[in-house]
Design a protein around this ligand. Sequence first.
Ligand SMILES: [Zn+2]
Ligand SMILES: [Zn+2]
Length: 351
Amino acid sequence: MTVFGCRNCGTSLTVSVSRVALPVHADQKYGNGPGSFPPALEPGTFAVDPLPSGSPWRRWDELESGAAEALGWYAPRFGISAGPSGQVLLAPGDVHGAVIDPALVGDSGCCGLDGGEPNMVCTGCGTPVAVRIDDCGLQQAIWLDPLTTRVLDDGPGPHPLLEWADLIDQRPGIPPQEPDGFWHPMWAAAVASALAHLLAASGGDPVMIPDHRVAEVFRPTLDRLVGPAGPASAHTLDLAGPGLPDADGDLALIPVHPQTGEHWPVAAPVKPVPLAWDAWRHLAFHRVTKPAVRSVPIPPESLPAQLPGYRFEPDGRIFLSVLARLPEVRQPRLRAIYDRGRPYSYMYFTF
Ligand SMILES: [Zn+2]
Ligand SMILES: [Zn+2]
């Protein structure tokens, strides 16, 4: 089991947890409430941010040559964290031994805590150990400060590691549509991230997408970014992954293992375009279930569309932050696409 504790006094701060990959929606801001979203992580799991986060912050134009790249950024940002790497994300219900200290809670939140500096202290010694987030439009989260916390006990937690084939059976993915008809926020985040990788892999060229379900999700935004694919387009994006044949095109939309963060391997020269498992699994395998009473086969073209009718807007903020972390963004065409988004990054896809 993995248990985290206070680096100063050794007080245990979490239940036993299993490591998972940091989801692309980990710090997503979505809509404007009311209230916060469910926790970014499943109970009993934790994820580690490998890149610097939190204060101190640096301004892009103050950084010396090469410094931004060393911090993981390849295109200008408002502020760049030069804080410690290795922040640990947890579901709030898995944290004990730490409490919110009202004296540390800033006033920048709307109706809750919006993060920033540590606002939770160890109950054993009072050291600030974590940031609690629960403001409107944000996912419930606790981030442990790597400078004041440490692993007390290291080992497999409550969730066994699943093979790709087990994932197919046990983790069916998330449908894009919520009961109210709106797109699930995870989809907005997952597709935004995949779009950034798709641009990097294609160099900003138009891309053919033969699979109509993949096209329905990616095509409208891709057309706005790089224009529609003509018959002579060199690039083709296919689904590839467990249970599917090898990709035919030169670009493959592949799943990211939700626990290890591993990408489904593809053989060169095929270039992988990673997509979060829960979206990939749904795109790749979700088929309309026939009503049990019907005995006449339904031709595929008469099946109702399963994707929502609302226009899909990938998360502009996540798109830009993923793109800025890919070295390919330094290519002039991609940099021009990136620069269209600033400074109103959250509205990137709405105009
Ligand atoms: Zn609010
Ligand atoms: Zn302590």
